[in-house]
Design a protein. Structure first.
Length: 110
């Protein structure tokens, strides 16, 4: 039995579909019909939740906060980069001024 596939006839398929999805004929395909007496704009207005002025201001403030946080993060990265570059520069400078080291000088061109 493990190697054989189960054969399901059309009546059994229909029965399984009805069990899973209910009566398929009661469902209509496509866009639902317009309701009589309801204006399209009013229907659209009720479907879309228009934010209040306070909600608009709040979302604008949140967007601005997000932008500023990103800017601060970028500035922090820049500071870290330049701080590390300055540290390397100062290390090289200290090494060249140590006793026994030759300092940097301009090359002599003849």
């Amino acid at each position: 039995m493990a190697g054989r596939q189960r054969v399901i006839d059309d009546d059994q398929k229909l029965e399984l579909l009805l069990r899973l999805h209910g009566n398929l004929k009661s469902r209509r395909r496509g866009r639902p019909a317009r309701t009589a007496g309801v204006d399209g704009a009013a229907q659209l207005q009720s479907a879309v939740d228009v934010p209040s002025p306070q909600e608009k201001a709040l979302s604008k403030a949140r967007r601005r906060i997000r932008e500023l946080e990103q800017k601060v993060g970028q500035q922090q990265l820049d500071l870290d980069f330049f701080r590390e570059a300055l540290r390397h520069f100062e290390e090289d400078r200290r090494r060249s001024s140590a006793p026994g080291e030759t300092g940097s000088s301009k090359s002599s061109k003849r």
